[in-house]
Design a protein around this ligand. Sequence first.
Ligand code: PMP
Length: 399
Amino acid sequence: MSNLRPLPEAHHLMFEQHLQKLQDHHLLRRLRTIDSATGPTAVLEGREVILLSSNNYLGLATHPTVVEAAIAATRQYGAGSGAARLVCGSLMPHHTLEAALARFKGTEAALTFAAGYLTNIGAIPALIGKNGLILADRLCHASLIDGCRLSGAMFRVYHHGDMHHLERLLARRPAGTPTLIVTDGLFSMDGDIAPMQDIAQLAERYDAMIYVDDAHGTGILGRTGRGTLEYCEVESRVPFHMGTLSKALGSSGGYLTGSASFIAYLVNTCRSFTYTTAPNPGSAAAAAAALQIIEQEPERRLRLWENRARLAQGLLRLGFDLAASQSPILPIIVGDPDRAMTMAQSLFAHGVYAPAIRPPTVPPTTSRIRLTITADHTPEQIDRALVILEQAGRAINLI
Ligand code: PMP
């Protein structure tokens, strides 16, 4: 039953044909309902399963202090912000969070956005325009690619992590072309870390800017959790840092840190900052509380890495190919999307939820089960998951 006018037949047919084509290629996606928090376990379609696919790396999305901070801010400031930041939505929790982020990253200022996606599609066009050149790693996140396209700059990709290729592209560009090198810090689908020392060196040699998306590194990499740039010891060589509040920080939103004038420039130029409602006060307060826990409880990070070692060692012992993972993101490369789907279904049937990741999210022939582990998984949950992963891997002759 629908009270809408039916779609014109031609459109309806076009949509149906597109969906059928995706189905035929095992690339159709459907939404599944999770009826619980996304902790180490979750309730999916009525069953409790071990969750190996959330980015809640430090377990902070469900941490009582973080949840209470969201509730208190929601009580005081409301469920929604009411307007864009530049209208009347710039609430105290946003400013408190931005001050905390700037302090954490050791920069003059910070700016938060309603999503990491919005951060990238706004900041990149603010940094470079159609007279410029963008050189991006081939495995950059979709939001970076969309930001690059929106900028109107000339856009070239270099082979994943290939510094010789990047240098060739830098050397070949017309003299005086403003250039932005774009990369993930910790790659979201492969779990490997960008060679930031080499990228910084090339940027300095060829006078290019660097834009690093540290959505996945924030809170988990580096001695104090400041992310990939701290881990690679290049923080002071990169003038602005981008990350998200939606992964280790357990909330939602994106951020950029940098000089006060850079942040003021973004406030005045970033369309995805200006023309969208400010993040919910509860989300901002939750992220600020999470940041404090990250600073005060380094043992969470330690537990995450211990869990990562237990799971990775178990998987390697079983004979799985984990590509070049160096992090709590552990891709089990399967190849064909139909085999990856079969493996995901088998995992779910036996109590592990880790969906198949297929093109266009990952390059063709590299469909995979992308596992993520968190600080809150217990050794028993990891060992149980390994038994289930072994069964599912054997069932498709992957191991
Ligand atoms: N960048 C990377 C590398 C990501 O993995 C993601 C989220 N998957 C984003 C940006 C987008 O962040 P958000 O989910 O906060 O919009």
